[in-house]
Write a protein that binds this ligand. Sequence first.
Ligand SMILES: Cc1cc2nc3c(=O)[nH]c(=O)nc-3n(C[C@H](O)[C@H](O)[C@H](O)COP(=O)(O)OP(=O)(O)OC[C@H]3O[C@@H](n4cnc5c(N)ncnc54)[C@H](O)[C@@H]3O)c2cc1C
Length: 411
Amino acid sequence: MDFDDSPDEAEYRSRVRAALQQHADELLRLAPGQEAVDARLQEAEMRRTQRVLHDAGLVGVTWPREYGGQGGSLLEQAIVGQELARFRVPALINHIGMGMCGPTVIGHGSQDQRDRYLARLLRADDVWCQLFSEPASGSDLAALRTTAVRDGDDWVVNGQKVWTTLAHVSDYGILLTRTDPEKPKHAGLTMFVVDMHAPGVTVRPLRQMGGQSDFNEVFFDDVRIPDSERLGEPGEGWRVALTTLMNERVTIGGAGSAIGSPVEEFARHAKERLPELDADRQVLARQAVGRAVVAALGARYTGYRRLTVLSQGGIPGPEASAGKLAGTEAAHLMADAGVRLLGDDAVYAATADGDDRWQRTQSWLPGISIAGGTDQVLRNILGERVLGLPSEPRLDKTAPFSAGRSDGGTR
Ligand SMILES: Cc1cc2nc3c(=O)[nH]c(=O)nc-3n(C[C@H](O)[C@H](O)[C@H](O)COP(=O)(O)OP(=O)(O)OC[C@H]3O[C@@H](n4cnc5c(N)ncnc54)[C@H](O)[C@@H]3O)c2cc1C
């Protein structure tokens, strides 16, 4: 297999690099050692960065032109992703909108909804979030309790969501609700677009152990949503949500890129640090580095395989779960090896040169094993839907939700 750029791809890559260079002064960029930015503090700069990149043709590369995209290929999208990372541009503020909400609106929204929302989403004129998880339904998402009750031309929503990334800066969200408790739990759900500024929507930040607050609790008290904001038919919410979840795993798992630090940067760091360790530590660190690099390259090539399938017209299937698992495993091994490489510095908040990327990566990684489907749930999906192993007995697929038989389903 040849992973080098073809002449056309190399030409496209150099155009992307030139565009980034041309707009360098207008873009928010990560400082050395910095892994992420805080949308709470730098919302305006993040919105501007996405707008500048969009106007330079580097956002929505694969999206149809009629919705503000570039009508390009997945390989072009992968090249843009690699070059943005190389140029140290942080994750775009609307990464959830582009990765999950937009594809759901394209797949299940009315023409009017697509016209109103998609181009603005790509320019970050509106930021979007995904309102699925609740305090008692994460893995078992279909057990959610937030209700939407029809009232004339509107639906009235009551309930609570949690872990909603970016809700604090969002203008819209895709919201999964229960509209018929008498149906089995998967059959009684309906999806909507909700205006995050509507009366009755309250957003409260949650603070993480790394100090930042990326996600939130969101409360709905008699929030009115017009029926025209429904995505899909009433009762079809689970089918609509599966579109979101499959795209989420491709987005998080990356198609052609790795979760966490790029392997080349990691290897460079390892080369610098290894000679500074004493002999015993060097042996352990060398083994950890070796394991991490093998896993990271494995995840990268799994991503390339997925990219090939997608670029040949395939749709994201349960295999996306394997990609996300491989990326998560590699990111954990890299972060562990990184901390081992730091030696004694690993126990302090930051190293002498102020580079605390590995400690911060460690504090951020547990979330990656949970977001978009936990490691355990993804292994269940692989066992049942890829390997064809027998599934667990599931009463929750037939009994009405109101009967309270919600025994451990998975996303
Ligand atoms: C960084 C981050 C960002 C997130 N962003 C969003 C967001 O924007 N919007 C949103 O809606 N949600 C978001 N979430 C929530 C996320 O989707 C849920 O946390 C996740 O689905 C797990 O649900 P839970 O937290 O309720 O854990 P639970 O489902 O309660 O799981 C607890 C433990 O039980 C295990 N488990 C559960 N069921 C099974 C099973 N059937 N078999 C084996 N083991 C099982 C799990 O693997 C886990 O170890 C985010 C989470 C994180 C960490």
